[in-house]
Design a protein around this ligand. Structure first.
Ligand SMILES: C[S@@+](CC[C@H](N)C(=O)[O-])C[C@H]1O[C@@H](n2cnc3c(N)ncnc32)[C@H](O)[C@@H]1O
Length: 270
């Protein structure tokens, strides 16, 4: 999740940490331990001494952040988001068309699921993918309140968004990729879920910009996103910096090779 640094939002930062830690306790450890414990994982590295906002697990030198807990869902619906994130501009930049199939990965309370559903109705479909069933319950109530029916809730896992193969035109990930505890596995599955000409869009707070009042692990630089997506089998199309605080970074499936089994992180003595 996004964690603000400003003193005005210190309360938010406090719950962010608490909610994130609680969510990680229930979501993070279970898949980490058993079979893989004996042999080293070539994709990820681990450090005991790490940023408290992160989980101590590193991918391409980047520490993965805690997951935002569902108890913070109200924050995703805060009115100030309109000014801070200009959601209408983001939706416009996606160039959605009626009848498209879109996946909103890490959909949260459905803030963007609703906006996408409206834009592509009546025939288009949005998959709202979450790893927290509580978030999906909130999302479904919000969709009902807004009388939107062209969506499907999908309870994914930390490694798999559980989407049908070759079914999706566009994958949108707003403020979630930096939370993926298994980014390599998730992106391999997303690659498979996209149609041959499908696109994936990362929306992350700008890590290069010190004026963006978000904690470091909840921001990403454009260079880091590109480095990771390239290793996951995607080719960069364009980056739009039309939002107040976030990059919008578009990729398509690379036509040839599948993602390599190892990445740069495996060769780095972290
Ligand atoms: C900060 S919230 C953003 C929600 C929404 N995208 C928005 O902008 O309003 C991140 C959400 O991503 C979800 N998430 C984290 N890892 C995920 C994964 N591997 N698959 C699906 N959802 C995930 C969390 O449960 C959380 O609800």
């Amino acid at each position: 999740m996004a964690c603000f640094e400003s003193s005005a939002l210190r309360v938010l930062a406090g719950w962010c940490l608490l909610a994130g830690a609680a969510a990680f306790a229930t979501l993070g450890d279970s898949e980490e331990q058993p079979a893989a414990a004996a042999k080293p994982n070539p994709i990820y590295t681990f450090k005991a001494d790490h940023d408290p906002d992160g989980i101590g697990k590193f991918y391409f030198g980047r520490e993965i952040s805690h997951v935002m807990g569902h108890l913070a869902a109200d924050w995703l619906e805060r009115p100030s988001r309109i000014v801070e994130e200009a959601p209408a501009k983001l939706i416009e930049s996606l160039q959605l068309k009626p009848s498209m199939t879109v996946a909103d990965i890490g959909a949260g309370s459905g803030y963007f699921t609703r906006r996408i559903a409206r834009k592509i109705q009546p025939d288009g479909l949005v998959y709202a993918v979450e790893i927290q069933s509580e978030m999906l319950e909130i999302l479904e109530a919000n969709m009902k309140r807004h009388q939107l029916k062209n969506f499907r809730s999908v309870l994914g896992t930390e490694r798999d968004p559980k989407l049908p193969a070759s079914s999706v035109d566009l994958v949108l990930m707003v403020d979630v990729y930096h939370e993926f505890s298994f980014p390599h596995e998730m992106m391999t599955k997303i690659h498979q879920a996209l149609k041959p000409d499908g696109k994936v869009v990362f929306v992350e707070y700008r890590g290069e910009d010190p004026k963006v009042p978000i904690k470091p692990l909840h921001k990403m630089t454009e260079a880091q996103v590109k480095k990771e997506a390239k290793a996951q089998g995607f080719s960069w199309i364009k980056t739009l910096d039309v939002l107040p605080r976030q990059h919008i970074i578009f990729f398509e499936k690379r036509k040839a090779a599948a993602p390599p089994p190892e990445n740069e992180a495996s060769r780095r003595p972290d």
